[in-house]
Design a protein around this ligand. Structure first.
Ligand SMILES: [Zn+2]
Length: 546
C-alpha cells in the first residue's frame, strides 16, 4: 500500500496511560496545557483519562477541554460493561456518556485467560459485554474505539476466541479495533504476522497500542502501520507504566520522514522536539537526552572525526536533518573533541571565526588544560562561552571578589545554620554583605546576589535551577576533587556553569561566579546587538547597562 494513500490517525494517551508511569501525576491544568499543545501539533485524538466518581481531575478535564475548541478529538476512556449488568445501567459506561466527549474508547478482554481467571465470567458473556457496550455507546458518541486488551497474547493462546472479540466489536458498529500489546512483550515479526491474520477478517479500521517491555514498542507500532494499520496509539516521550508506551515522538518522524506517511504538516513536525520537552517539563521529569529525534543528544557530535565529517557533509553522520523535527545539531566539547568540534561550537557563537587565529589556539589550549584538571564543558555552555568571551573578546570581569567566608554552625536545637559573608569591588566601590541560606552554597549565592544586584539589577532575574556534584576520583576520600555543575536561568534562557576544586565550597563558588558573569556578558552582547558597539573596552559597555 502506498503511504500517501494510507491515512493514519494519531492517538495520544499521555494523559491516561502516560499518567500511570511511576513518578507522574498530572494536575488538571497540566492535562489541559498538554492537550492544547498536542492539538496544535496535529495529533488527531487525545485520550483524557478515566472519568469516574473518585477521579475528579479526569471528570473535570472533559468539561474544561470542551471549552478549548481543540482541533483534536477528545476521547473518553473506560471499560466494557461489567458482567451481568445491562449496558444502559452500567455506571462505567454512564460516566463516559456524561463526559460529552465526541469519542469513546473502551477496552475489553481478548485473552481467554483473563475472561475466566481474571474477571471470572464465561467466554459468551465476555463477547456480549463487548458487543452490547459498543452498541450502547454508539447511540451517544460520534465514534467508538475498541481496545482489544492483551490481543497479541490472547491470539497466541486462543486465536479463534481472540478474533471473535474483534468480530463482535465490528458487528456492534465499532469504528476501529485496536490490537493492544498490553504486556509489551511482542517482537516485530510476531506483530506483522498477527496483523496480517487479523486483516483477513476485520474490515473496520485497525489500530495498535504497544507497550515497551521488550524494547520494541516503537518498532512494533511502525511495523503494523507500514503493513496497513490506520490508527496508532502512543504517548509523548514514551511515558507509561513499567517500561512505558510506544513513543509518538519516534513513531511519527519514522513514518513521515522514512516512509512518506502524511501525518503532520512540515511545520507541525518541526514542533515535535519542543512539544516533547514541554511535556517533560510539565510532567516534571528530566527530558531523556538520548530519545531518538527529540533528545538533546540526538544530533550531538562528540568525536572529532564525526564533527569533521558532519561539517563537510551533513548526512555523513546524521540520519535526518535535525531541523526537520525541530532539534538542533550540537558539537559537544570534550577531551575527545578535535579542533573541528571546538570550531563548530565557536562558530555558532562567532560566525566566520578564523580558526588559524592565535587567540583560537590559545582558547583550545586553555580548555584542554582545564579538562585535564577535571573540567567538563558538555553541560556547561555558559562557562565555555564565558571562557571564549574572555579569550576572544577580551571580556573583563566587571567586578572583583575580594574574599568570602562561610560559617556553619550546629545549634542546640539540632538545626544547622549557614551564613556567608563576601566582599566585592566594583570600580572604586567596595561592597561587604552577609546572608543566610539553606546550606553553605545557598548562603554564598544569596550573599553574592545581594551584593551585586545593587550594581547589576538584571541579576535579580537569575535563578539557580539545578546543582549537581560529582566526585572525580574517589580513591583519595575527602581529598578528592569535585566537579560542581550549576544550571541557571533568567526566565528567557538557561545556561550551565562548572567549577572544579578539592573543596566543594570553592568548586560551587567558581560555578556560581561564572553563572553571574555569563549573565552580565550576555546582557552586554545583547545591548551591543541593539546598536551599542560591542568592541573595545567592555568595562565601559558594562557601565552603559546600569
Ligand atoms: Zn496501555
Amino acid at each position: 500500500m502506498k503511504s500517501e494513500n494510507h491515512p493514519v490517525k494519531l492517538y495520544d494517551t499521555t494523559l491516561r496511560d502516560g499518567n500511570q508511569a511511576i513518578g507522574i501525576s498530572l494536575s488538571l491544568s497540566d492535562k489541559l496545557r498538554i492537550a492544547e499543545k498536542l492539538s496544535d501539533l496535529g495529533i488527531h485524538y487525545i485520550e483524557g483519562g478515566w472519568p469516574n466518581s473518585t477521579n475528579t481531575v479526569d471528570t473535570e478535564f472533559y468539561r474544561k477541554a470542551a471549552t478549548l475548541n481543540l482541533q483534536a478529538k477528545i476521547a473518553a476512556f473506560g471499560s466494557t460493561r461489567r458482567p451481568g449488568v445491562k449496558a444502559s445501567d452500567d455506571h462505567f459506561l454512564l460516566n463516559l456518556v456524561k463526559t460529552g466527549a465526541p469519542v469513546a474508547t473502551i477496552f475489553g478482554k481478548s485473552w481467554d485467560l483473563h475472561v475466566t481467571k481474571v474477571i471470572g465470567t464465561s467466554y459468551e458473556e465476555n463477547l456480549n459485554m463487548i458487543g452490547e457496550s459498543i452498541m450502547f455507546l454508539k447511540k451517544h458518541f460520534d465514534e467508538v474505539i475498541f481496545d482489544a486488551e492483551h490481543f497479541f497474547d490472547g491470539y497466541k493462546a486462543n486465536p479463534d476466541y481472540a478474533l471473535q472479540t474483534l468480530e463482535i466489536a465490528q458487528q456492534a458498529g465499532t469504528d476501529c479495533v485496536v490490537l493492544c500489546d498490553t504486556n509489551g512483550g511482542m517482537l516485530p515479526d510476531e506483530v506483522l504476522s498477527l496483523y496480517n491474520q487479523v486483516k483477513k477478517s476485520i474490515k473496520v479500521q485497525i489500530g495498535v497500542h504497544m507497550h515497551n517491555d521488550s524494547g520494541c514498542a516503537d518498532a512494533n507500532s511502525c511495523m503494523a502501520v507500514i503493513a496497513g494499520a490506520s490508527h496508532v496509539q502512543g504517548t509523548f516521550n514514551g511515558l507509561g507504566e513499567r517500561c512505558g508506551n510506544a513513543n509518538l515522538c519516534t513513531i511519527i518522524p519514522n513514518l513521515q520522514l522514512k516512509r512518506g506517511f502524511n501525518l503532520l504538516s512540515e511545520q507541525q513536525l518541526s514542533m515535535i522536539t519542543s512539544v516533547s520537552v514541554f511535556i517533560a517539563e510539565i510532567a516534571n521529569v528530566i527530558h531523556n537526552v538520548r530519545l531518538p529525534y527529540v533528545g538533546e543528544a540526538a544530533f550531538s557530535h562528540k568525536a572529532g572525526a564525526h564533527a569533521d565529517g558532519v561539517r563537510k557533509v551533513r548526512h555523513s553522520f546524521e540520519h535526518v536533518p535535525p531541523e526537520s523535527v525541530g532539534n538542533a545539531r550540537q558539537f559537544v566539547v570534550s577531551d575527545q573533541a578535535g579542533t573541528s568540534t571546538m570550531l563548530e561550537k565557536l562558530s555558532s557563537i562567532y560566525p566566520g571565526i578564523d580558526k588559524k587565529h592565535p587567540d583560537v589556539k590559545n582558547l583550545l589550549l586553555r580548555i584542554k588544560t582545564m579538562e585535564a584538571e577535571g573540567y567538563q564543558f558538555e553541560a556547561a555552555d555558559g562557562s565555555f562561552e564565558l571562557l571564549a568571551g574572555e579569550v576572544l573578546d577580551h571580556f573583563q570581569e566587571p567586578f572583583q571578589v575580594k574574599g568570602f567566608r562561610v560559617i556553619e554552625e550546629k545549634r542546640d536545637n539540632g538545626e544547622v545554620f549557614s551564613e556567608a559573608t563576601i566582599k566585592i569591588q566594583e570600580g572604586e566601590l567596595f561592597e561587604h554583605t552577609a546572608a543566610e541560606g539553606e546550606g553553605p552554597v545557598n548562603a554564598l549565592d544569596n550573599a553574592l546576589r545581594k551584593a551585586l544586584v545593587k550594581f547589576y539589577p538584571s541579576l535579580k532575574s537569575v535563578r539557580l535551577e539545578d546543582f549537581k556534584v560529582r566526585v572525580l576520583d574517589g580513591r583519595d576520600g575527602t581529598e578528592s576533587k569535585v566537579r560542581v555543575l550549576i544550571e541557571s536561568s533568567d526566565g528567557i534562557s538557561r545556561w550551565g556553569t562548572v567549577g572544579v576544586s578539592t573543596n566543594i565550597i570553592e568548586a560551587s563558588w567558581i560555578a556560581l561566579i561564572d553563572s553571574l558573569k555569563y549573565k552580565l556578558m550576555k546582557d552586554i552582547k545583547n545591548k551591543g546587538s541593539e546598536g551599542v558597539s560591542n568592541s573595545g573596552d567592555t568595562r565601559k559597555l558594562d557601565l552603559q547597562i546600569h
